[in-house]
Write a protein that binds this ligand. Structure first.
Ligand code: NAD
Length: 414
């Protein structure tokens, strides 16, 4: 591999190039599909509680609107930049196509550490950001959702800011809202629930019993925590989890760990053992679930991975050289655009419910999530077998292929 430049955008573009080649698409298709349709960078002024004003960079990228309004999360993290936002918006495009949701793909965010914000600073920042991107969002244009560093409270403020400007309530402008504002039952746990379904199915394919299967999870946020709970409920054993401050193993159950985490804001459960994030990646487990940030499994870390299956809860956690090493080691990788699609699937349900002003039961959400995810899973498994491709290649061929077909059918204006 040598000194290849690895960044989320380089990873996403190299995956797209692979899919275009495997599908036998043309150079024009490459041009069309590798270009984001609309890129907005905004300055977001923040008045701190002490009266001082600071400026932050905000982004919203609408990578594609070919199959419907664009859709994607809003991330608050100090390291995000335009390139990473483009990469994540591209992944959303293939994910929505793979799962057959009537959406294009988008992503947005602010380059800030939300841990430095008081509640009122967070509200002011979120409202100002929403106001700056207001002209290009809306239920028929582009629908934001939570991502790293944001949650349902941010969505409530975004919905309110948009609605105040419209003059009436527009719940469908964002998803991942609190239930009382038009959120959907089952949205909070949806990404983790989907990760668990993908894990269960991958174990089946590999012939490993689900009961007692050993799982390690990197990241204990909105995706990692709910995935941990869901796999535990399916009978698997969560051996270790971690967050930005490192990992922990030897705890009695995910529930016990979560109870401690909620009150103490750390993973130092008495009686449990600490380990580093790197040690977690290299544990002797059946399944490794990276559910934190991009670039966790790289040329440097992939070689010592002992798991038989990697289920990508995070977006872009594996770099191309890391991926090649996992492949050589015979490790089955369930790619991000399949494994973490439960979030956008239930976001789609939320948007549908908001449009119809008719709300579903938790059971309906669960059944419909499982049906859509299982259909995508089976298509990926079959395509991988038929084309002799990896699951990532198969998932991208399905997603990219559908967007390319939609482009052809719509034609080019003028
Ligand atoms: P989050 O902010 O709720 O949680 C992120 C977690 O990762 C936290 O526990 C944090 O401590 C941990 N973390 C951060 N840096 C780390 C590091 N260097 N090592 C180990 N852990 C680290 O975010 P989230 O919503 O859970 O998102 C996690 C990933 O899943 C992201 O890649 C996101 O794009 C992706 N994703 C999220 C959703 C969703 O619905 N929230 C849907 C699909 C994909």
């Amino acid at each position: 591999m040598g000194m290849t430049m690895e960044s989320p955008l380089a990873t996403a573009l190299s995956q797209l190039r692979g899919a275009i080649d495997q599908l036998g698409l043309s150079e024009s298709d490459w041009q069309t599909l590798s270009t984001p349709r609309r890129v907005l960078q905004v300055a977001v002024p923040l008045r701190r509680d002490n009266g001082e004003v600071e400026m932050y960079d905000g982004y919203r990228v609408q990578y594609s609107t070919t199959r419907g309004p664009s859709k994607g999360g809003v991330r608050y993290h100090p390291d995000i930049d335009l390139d990473e936002t483009i990469a994540l918006a591209m992944l959303m495009t293939w994910k929505c196509a793979l799962t057959n949701l009537p959406y294009g793909g988008a992503k947005g965010g602010i380059a800030i550490d939300p841990g430095t914000l008081s509640l009122r600073e967070n509200e002011r920042l979120t409202r100002r950001y929403t106001s700056e991107i207001l002209p290009i969002i809306g239920p028929e244009r582009d629908i934001p959702a939570p991502d790293v560093g944001t949650d349902e409270r941010n969505m409530a403020w975004m919905m309110d800011t948009y609605s105040v400007n419209a003059g009436f309530s527009v719940p469908g402008v964002v998803t991942g809202k609190p239930i009382v504002l038009g959120g959907s039952l089952g949205r909070t746990s949806a990404t983790g629930d989907g990760v668990a379904i993908a894990t269960r199915e991958a174990l089946r394919v590999k012939g490993i019993p689900i009961e007692g299967a050993r799982v390690a999870i990197q990241g204990f946020g909105k995706v990692g925590y709910w995935a941990a709970r869901a796999v535990e409920n399916m009978g698997m054993k969560v051996i270790a989890v971690s967050d930005v401050n490192g990992g922990v193993t030897g705890f009695p159950s995910v529930t016990a760990l979560w109870d401690h985490f909620l009150t103490q804001k750390n993973l130092d459960l008495p009686g449990a053992d600490r380990l580093t994030n790197e040690e977690l990646l290299h544990l002797d487990v059946d399944v490794l679930i990276p559910a934190a940030l991009a670039d966790a499994i790289t040329e440097a870390t992939a070689d010592k991975v002992k798991a038989k299956i990697v289920v990508e809860g995070a977006n872009g956690p594996t770099t191309p050289s890391g991926d090649a090493i996992l492949h050589d080691k015979g490790i089955l990788v369930v790619p991000d655009i399949l494994a973490n699609s439960g979030g956008v699937i239930v976001s789609y349900f939320e948007w549908v419910q908001d449009k119809q002003n008719y709300f579903w039961s938790a059971g309906e959400v669960k059944t419909n999530l499982s049906e859509i995810l299982m259909r995508a899973f089976n298509e990926v498994e079959t395509t991988a077998t038929n084309k002799g491709a990896t699951w990532r290649e198969a998932a991208l061929m399905l997603g990219v292929g559908r967007v390319a077909e939609a482009h052809k059918l719509r034609g080019l204006y003028p």
